[in-house]
Ligand binder design. Structure first.
Ligand code: PLP
Length: 413
């Protein structure tokens, strides 16, 4: 077996469907079967597959140049995309550092945060606050700020956890309790904390938990008061997933650094971006070379990635994707909230995301094969069954995905 598959016990690997073509919201398998993709390839392919406007700009860019390094050189696709990202992200975010994946972009922000303080001679501010149930990627520093899920199990003995904060439940009492705890944490430890890293409004891989903007508004004020940087990871929530262009648009402030990935290129190529406030950028300006940020992924600002990202954003704006997302949201509400089953613990819907939390992982045993049999590709994470369709998915297609889920719930009743 030459391919080593992700998140998979290879000893138990069964036959995987071989994709030979993908079109719209459908995957075509080698055996002739055509299935609907309910999760748009790890949430990245927001336009669906084989999307002609993106194909076209990529072909043109390939004939011009596919890649040049960003060290000592620059190019129009990089400059154009950076300008565009500054324009569409919340006010105050002005400088773009490119990376080749979400995890690497997270590493970049954490390095930036530590150096932001060390450039000011504050070498003790090196720790991070993260949220319970967060997920920020699979590299080492990203694992340290992600939840202790089975993803990190094998490394538990070497990971350093700094500070983990819980998001509040919906009650007023819990809200003030969590804020007070946060306040105490900062009061006692601000001198050793570089930054807080979190997924705003919606935590994705860690269980699709939704929380109130007011909590983050408060957290932000306290971070300002105690000199702690804010890093918002929108690798999953960016580009419309929560119903606004960025989840940060629900808040009354911008973070010091914002991270984008996944849907950035419309799912065509792996790429990510860190967008920072001028306050962060300026701490690296100096006559001393060692104050510069010494990091540079080989394929950062790859011209193909930048070109396709620009076009993806242009289509998003021109075709009013936020409206499409609204109608997906409406359909999800209409069809999912009525589900009643003692096997279902909760149903959460925001933007173009629906999550059905089962009472345990057991209730989903065999579900993937069941769904495939009914022509749907879907892959729960632990006990969380979720739908994150492409924004161009047809109503009929989304309904048939939901009906397969209903059939399953009826079956295990
Ligand atoms: C997927 C994800 C990452 C990691 O991105 P990769 O491109 O897989 O490295 C980081 N943060 C969040 C919120 C994600 O969903």
């Amino acid at each position: 077996m030459s391919v080593w598959y992700p998140y998979t016990q290879m000893k138990k690997l069964g036959d995987l469907p071989v994709v030979v073509k993908a079109e719209g919201s459908s995957l075509h398998f080698e055996n002739g079967k055509i299935v609907l993709d309910a999760i748009s390839s790890w949430w990245a392919c927001i336009h669906g597959y084989n999307f002609k406007p993106l194909n076209k700009v990529l072909k043109k860019q390939i004939d011009s140049f596919s890649h040049v390094m960003l060290g000592g050189l620059t190019h129009q696709p990089a400059m154009n995309l950076a300008n565009k990202l500054v324009q569409i992200t919340p006010k105050g975010l002005n400088h773009v550092f490119f990376a080749d994946s979400g995890s690497v972009a997270i590493e970049v922000t954490m390095k930036m945060a530590i150096q932001y303080w060390s450039n000011q001679n504050q070498n003790k501010k090196v720790k991070f606050i993260s949220l319970k149930n967060g997920y920020h990627g699979d590299t080492f520093k990203a694992m340290e700020i992600s939840d202790d899920s089975d993803l990190n199990q094998a490394f538990k003995h070497i990971l350093t956890k700094d500070f983990v904060v819980e998001i509040p439940q919906k009650s007023v009492e819990d809200f003030s309790e969590k804020i007070n705890a946060f306040n105490v944490l900062l009061e006692n430890h601000h001198h050793e904390i570089a930054a807080i890293v979190l997924e705003p409004i919606l935590q994705c891989a860690g269980g699709f938990h939704i929380y109130e903007p007011s909590f983050l508004n408060k957290v932000n004020l306290l971070c300002k008061k105690y000199n702690i940087l804010t890093i918002y990871d929108e690798v999953a929530t960016g580009f419309g997933r929560t119903g606004k262009l960025f989840a940060t648009d629900y808040l009354d402030h911008a973070p010091d650094m914002l991270v984008l990935g996944k849907a950035l290129t419309g799912g065509y190529l792996g790429h990510a971006a860190v967008i920072t406030k001028t306050k962060v950028f300026n701490q690296f300006l100096s006559d001393k070379h060692e104050f510069a940020f010494m990091h540079g992924p080989t394929f950062m600002a790859n011209p193909l990635s930048c070109t396709v990202a620009l076009k993806s954003i242009e289509v998003f704006e021109k075709e009013n994707y936020l409206k499409k997302i609204k109608s997906i949201n409406k359909l999800m509400h209409q069809n999912l909230t009525s589900i009643k089953s003692n096997k279902v613990k909760a149903i959460r819907i925001i933007g173009a995301v629906a999550c059905i939390e089962f009472i345990s992982k057991k209730e989903l045993k065999g579900f993937n094969d069941f769904a495939l049999k009914h022509n749907v590709f879907i892959r729960p994470i632990d006990k969380y069954l979720y739908i994150m369709p492409s924004y161009r998915m047809k109503k009929k297609e989304l309904r048939s995905i939901i009906s397969v889920i209903e059939k399953w719930i009826f079956k295990i009743k």
